[in-house]
Design a protein around this ligand. Sequence first.
Ligand code: AMP
Ligand code: GLY
Length: 429
Amino acid sequence: MGKRILLVGGGGREHALAWKIVQSPLLEKLYCAPGNAGIAQFAECVPIDGEDLPAIKQFALDKKIDLAVIGPEGPLVAGLSDLLREAGIDVFGPSKAAAAIEGSKSFMKRLFAQYAIPTASYQVFTEPEAARSYIRKQGAPIVVKTSGLAAGKGAIVCHTLEEALTAVQRVMVDREFGSAGDEVVVEEFLTGEELSFIAFVDGENVLPLAGSQDHKAVGEGDTGPNTGGMGAYSPAPILTPALHAQTINQVMIPTVRAMAAEGRPFKGVLYAGLMIDKGELKVLEFNARFGDPETQPLLMRMKSDIVPLMQASAAGSLAGVEIEWDDRTALCVVMAAGGYPGSYEKGIPIAGLEAAGALEDVAVFHAGTTLSPAGEVVTAGGRVLGVTALGDGVVAAQQRAYEAVDKIQWDKAYYRRDIGYRAVEREAK
Ligand code: AMP
Ligand code: GLY
């Protein structure tokens, strides 16, 4: 009997997951809640919000779902996995207690301190005045972060004292991120190059995916405010075999053991956001889920069937499992609505999707899209598309991805022209 799978979420990451899951011979039927216009091409989308926990549970029971795959952090941190597991449904994704590694940066930082996992020095604050006086003492540059979830926008990198004090005002006084700013982490500014190290975890075993690199800042050359991610590629040449071993031994295994020791065994995808500086690594953050947009290039390169990997993570049987990869580079350019990560318009028709998707080795993953009543694909979010291409090396993948991007237009579309620049510089050497 094939598997009946429910995928929760509706972003670019979920489109990539749906695209990969439907390639599995183990699948009988894929549902997605709520999905988007791209996912609707091969899954039955249902208009249920992932954070409407009782409705998701009822739908999963009604449709006799065998495996639930939870894409975004919101439902995980809200406890969707626990609710579904209690109802007898297998879940690929961590419990609420384990998802706290992403949902509470103050919990995460305490865990790092207690288990000697390398990270930036920091303090946690609940009072703005205490935060201000610590910031004045430390000086700039410095980083102010909401402890709670803020859609990738809650980490404010401050280059001057004034910016840091403004960040305290925004987060702790004006409450720009609501209750996510109840606690605030103020931490040391780290320099270096970032790396996304993502792994399947089954409570005990760590099965790493290929390395990848995101581009968090909105502007070219990594300038301007942070976003959910403006583009990504895999492999990441910075991830040498030595750094890989170091990450497994200093970060991934100690964290998985620490979570088990805390009574919060982690099952699902554990994503370490690392800062690498002259061979030394520090953890910037953990996520309890796949990265978005890293998943888009990663899954284009994954040759193995993903469904058994998800089942093994849920069942605690990842030991000895391996993943096969396409040796080529995959690169994803995020096309966003003009104005993102600030305010932006929605409902704008998108042209050229078919021409872009028809290019060889290109996949146009949808994020914030929906179908208009007339059946047209229109924009429905900040990050709209993840145009992803494979190539022999990063230069070829980049060229192919932008060739596809150039075929797509809508009013006020915005994207970075330099996705992959670090790897391109390395390849040129
Ligand atoms: P986070 O949500 O903690 O991963 O932060 C989002 C982004 O902010 C990271 O990917 C970095 O680009 C930047 N960032 C966060 N923490 C630091 C830090 N301590 N030093 C420098 N940049 C940081
Ligand atoms: N790409 C960054 C994230 O998924 O958090």
